[in-house]
Design a protein around this ligand. Structure first.
Ligand code: UDP
Length: 489
């Protein structure tokens, strides 16, 4: 084991639950495993969006644990740079540009004496900015190795490919790794006329200057990609270390309806083993009324029992938001907006199916639900945290990828890992149809389905491998401890 030392790390994290949750876990492990002795956790924030109740509670419980200091960076005012109608990606471009500058100016006014910096991969522009501090700098990617391989290949692709990647007829190749289908590309790379494209290439160039990149994955999940990233500098000179699965080991905040959450577990206790599907599209996605109706019908058609973590819908198209998740009843949240605008509440189908399951309209204790023996499948939007949690709990996945790198995540699990099925959006309706959804659920849940059986077995095998990755002196622990063995430390 690594002995204690006098290292003080500054950890910089992006706003958004999908970043904060794994970064807090990383910070906890660095400190509790005594890899470093002190850590200061900086998190970005945005002026115009109140952090969700869940985000606030997660940060507050970290403050209470008192393992490290938490500092909120001054909120950035997106309205100076973008209009409310701009895409998520445009906002992301501003955030990727502004937060590294803000972080540098904030730490320059503080007397912190850090010995290393760990930055969210999104903020890798910190790496060239902090060069004159002469400290080792690492990037932390709350995603998988394949997405990082594509990202590190970006500066090369930028030089080699002319025109849009998305109209390339052939898959985008990454040396030593599975190629990426143009339709699965992360949205930031889809349009080279957009600012976010150039910002992201800059981020990837910055990351290539890091002393190491930590990724929330483990060897057996992505052996080929990790080998390509690690061996012979095929893609990059930067060492890439798998440090996952970084999954919380405690109950998350339960929100206001604790009684109801208790009912979920009481209800789950009464169900047969592996007979219930858990459904969640993550912290940041709000379904449209029509999408919700279709999903309710799909669940009904499957005949399966379910636990569904959901928010009330919006009228038109569903929306993704990485930085603010809206929950029913939250201040500034969606119910208030809906009532004031006379927009629809839940569709009738949604109420009708509730005899066959449980609906959670507040923050769901996802990890505890996934751990419950009655859960046999997870209908997921394929956010990486949800997937790595599902892998750790041995639950196979019915993937409904929506935005960001979720399409790549779904493809990887389905084609390389073998514990998931992916449901395609119907081009005519731009939604996942009820038939397709129910078929996919039945494939995973039906004990007679041969393919489903293979996926369920694979999911169980992965659970054991995931547990081993974080035993003491395990590969992920040893990879993380490299942080104190790097150049100059
Ligand atoms: N989560 C949760 N309860 C919910 C919704 C989400 O605990 O009701 C957690 C989930 O366990 C995961 C994170 O929020 O850790 C969501 O991250 P992910 O990367 O899956 O998706 P995102 O929300 O970033 O789209």
């Amino acid at each position: 084991a690594i002995s204690n030392n006098n290292h003080h790390a500054l950890l910089l994290v992006s706003p958004g639950i999908g970043h904060i949750i794994p970064a807090l876990e990383l910070a906890k492990r660095l400190v509790t495993h005594k890899i470093i002795s002190k850590l200061t956790f900086f998190y970005g924030s945005i002026k115009t969006s109140t952090p969700s109740k869940a985000e606030t509670q997660i940060l507050q419980s970290a403050i209470k644990e008192n393992l490290f200091d938490l500092i909120q960076l001054p909120p950035i005012d997106l309205s100076i740079h973008v209009s409310p109608h701009d895409t998520l990606e445009t906002k992301l471009a501003i955030i990727m540009h502004e937060i590294p500058l803000l972080f540098m100016s904030t730490i320059s006014t503080m007397n912190l004496n850090p010995t290393m910096i760990i930055t969210d991969f999104f903020f890798s522009q910190v790496i060239p900015l902090a060069k004159n501090l002469n400290l080792p700098i690492f990037a932390f990617a709350p995603t998988n190795a394949w997405v990082i391989a594509l990202s590190l290949q970006c500066p090369t692709l930028d030089k080699e490919i002319e025109g849009e990647y998305s109209i390339e007829s052939k898959p985008i190749s990454i040396p030593g790794c599975k190629s990426v289908h143009p339709l699965d590309l992360i949205p930031m790379l889809r349009d080279r006329t957009q600012r976010v494209y150039h910002e992201f290439v800059g981020v990837c160039e910055g990351a290539a200057l890091a002393d190491g990149i930590f990724v929330n994955t483990f060897h057996e999940l992505e052996p080929k990609t990790l080998e390509a990233l690690g061996s012979g500098h095929i893609i990059t000179k930067v060492p890439v270390y798998p440090v996952g699965p970084l999954v919380r080991d405690q109950r998350g905040p339960n929100g206001s309806n604790e009684g109801k959450i208790g009912d979920v577990f009481e209800w789950l206790d009464k169900q047969e083993e592996e007979s219930v599907v858990y459904v969640s599209l993550g912290s940041g996605y709000t379904m449209s009324f029509e999408e919700m109706k279709e999903m309710a019908l799909g669940l009904e058609l499957s005949g399966n029992k379910f636990v569904w973590s959901v928010r009330s819908p919006v009228t038109k198209v569903g929306t993704g938001n990485l930085f603010h998740s809206r929950w029913v009843g939250e201040e500034g949240g969606i119910r208030t907006t809906l009532e004031s605008n006379n927009e629809p509440s839940f569709p009738d189908e949604f109420y009708r199916i509730q005899t066959n399951g449980i609906v959670i309209t507040d923050w769901a204790p996802q990890l505890d639900i996934l751990k419950h023996p009655s859960i046999g499948g997870f209908v997921s939007h394929c956010g990486w945290n949800s997937l790595i949690e599902s892998v750790s709990c041995g639950v196979p996945i019915i993937g409904l990828p929506l935005f960001a790198e979720q399409m790549m995540n779904a493809t990887m699990l389905m084609e390389e890992v073998g514990n998931a099925i992916r449901v395609e959006v119907s081009p005519s309706t731009n939604m996942v149809g009820r038939e397709e959804l129910s078929k996919a659920i039945r494939k995973i849940m039906d004990t007679d389905d041969k393919e489903g059986c293979v996926m369920r077995e694979r999911a169980k095998e992965l659970k054991q491998l995931a547990e081993r990755a974080w035993f003491h002196d395990s590969p992920s622990y040893l990879a993380l401890s490299k942080i104190t063995h790097s150049n100059g430390v």
